[in-house]
Design a protein around this ligand. Structure first.
Ligand code: ATP
Ligand code: MG
Length: 372
């Protein structure tokens, strides 16, 4: 199988006829066999980028797409040897499962015997042997999605493109299929680009995540890097929950309205936070990096404004610390009532400084959001 095709996106921008600039010129490299996830809010350009890689969308002048170093920018979709799976299945409703899976093989004029062998392999791989003779209209959503995957993989594509393939399914099924897709992509060793706006899906599947905003790349990195070293406020907010505080870095630590948060709580994993940067003004910490402590150990004191019981933990909104309430999580079993005075500590390495210098490079609406 052609399992190790790399994809390079060079300077790829897209302006639609009505003037909408869906993609600013983007550069991106996907290694052979890698699973890359494009993650971002609705309208940020994920599908457009995927369609450009597929050859379903033309490029603005100056852009290029390379497969294994070879320029495919002018090759039509059917010559690029890709498999595609979409949110809306795009199966032939009145054909059987078997014929849907075999469709691409037939188009490629494979012999009947070869086709049947391959279809059987696909049915087994997706655990849908018992559905082979059914029509698509007689299947559930999860079953259809398996057929769509089987059909995409049947032709042994060089690159597999998936655009929100699980969005139409319920939470439990999503999770199960997500695990199956992960196993499948790893066993095939295929180069895959997976679009989603669901961050937990992205974290679970990705070797690397590209966070997009407004037609640009806001950050790319491993799931761990994106979560633990967000390079701007947009990414910090989009992946997980982030409490934001404004202050200033001094030799003693991060100073917020007269309180100095010691250097021991700075996250030094990313290197962003190691040097004392006098112009540093923004820091974030995640709810799970907080703990409720006695007053003498506290970094902040505040009052509980609301509580959300989430089963394994309780989420508290705490007033009196920052302009907007701070979100704290606790595994205390007892109920905490609204109005309770609590003392909060940020765990060691829980405070992440956001590098201000990157703000200039970001789109206008992110800068505005960051400056709030
Ligand atoms: N054919 C088109 N003509 C004009 N504008 C378009 C066209 N297709 C998409 N757009 C615009 O381009 C931008 C990016 O769209 P795209 O479909 O790539 O977003 P997306 O990130 O996939 O969003 P979603 O998560 O909602 O699927 C949007 O502002 C969209 O309105
Ligand atoms: Mg889309």
């Amino acid at each position: 199988m052609n399992s190790n095709t790399s994809v390079q996106v060079i300077n790829c921008g897209k302006t639609f006829e009505d003037g909408t600039q869906a993609l600013q010129p983007i550069n991106l490299e996907i290694k052979g066999g890698e699973t890359l996830v494009l993650l971002g809010p609705s309208g940020c350009g994920k599908t457009t980028l995927l369609r450009i890689i597929a050859g379903l969308e033309t490029l603005d002048a100056g852009g290029q797409v390379l497969f294994n170093g070879e320029d495919v920018s002018h090759l039509p979709v059917e010559k690029r040897n890709i498999g595609m799976v979409f949110q809306s299945y795009a199966l032939f409703p009145n054909m059987t499962v078997r014929d849907n899976i075999g469709y691409g093989l037939k188009v490629r004029r494979q012999s009947l015997a070869d086709r049947q062998t391959r279809i059987q392999e696909m049915l087994a791989m997706m655990h849908i042997e018992n559905l082979a003779e059914r029509q698509i209209s007689q299947l559930s959503g999860g079953q259809r999605q398996r057929v769509a995957l089987a059909r995409a993989i049947a032709v042994r594509p060089k690159v597999l493109l998936l655009d929100e393939p699980l969005t139409a399914l319920d939470a439990l099924l999503r999770e199960r299929l997500r695990v199956e897709i992960d196993t499948l992509l790893r066993s095939l060793g295929i180069t895959a680009i997976y679009v989603t706006h669901d961050q937990s899906e992205a974290m679970a599947l990705a070797d690397r995540i590209v966070v997009m905003s407004n037609g640009r790349i806001a950050q790319q990195g491993t799931p761990r890097e994106i979560y633990q070293q967000p390079s701007n406020s947009f990414v910090a907010d989009f992946i997980g929950t982030a409490n934001k505080i404004n202050g200033r870095m001094t030799d003693q630590g991060f100073e917020v309205e007269g309180v100095v948060l010691p250097k021991s709580i700075l996250n030094v994993v990313g290197g962003n936070s190691t040097s004392a940067n006098p112009i540093q003004t923004q820091a974030i910490f995640r709810p799970e990096d907080t703990e409720i402590v006695s007053q003498d150990q506290a970094h902040f004191n505040g009052q509980v404004a609301s509580t959300f019981f989430m089963g394994d933990r309780t989420r508290l909104l705490v007033d009196g610390i920052s302009e907007s309430p701070i979100i704290v999580e606790t595994t205390f079993k007892q109920e905490i009532s609204i109005g309770t005075e609590i003392s909060i500590r940020i765990k060691d390495q829980g405070l992440m400084l956001l590098p201000d210098e990157l703000i200039e490079d970001l789109p206008k609406e992110i800068v505005e959001k960051t400056e709030q």
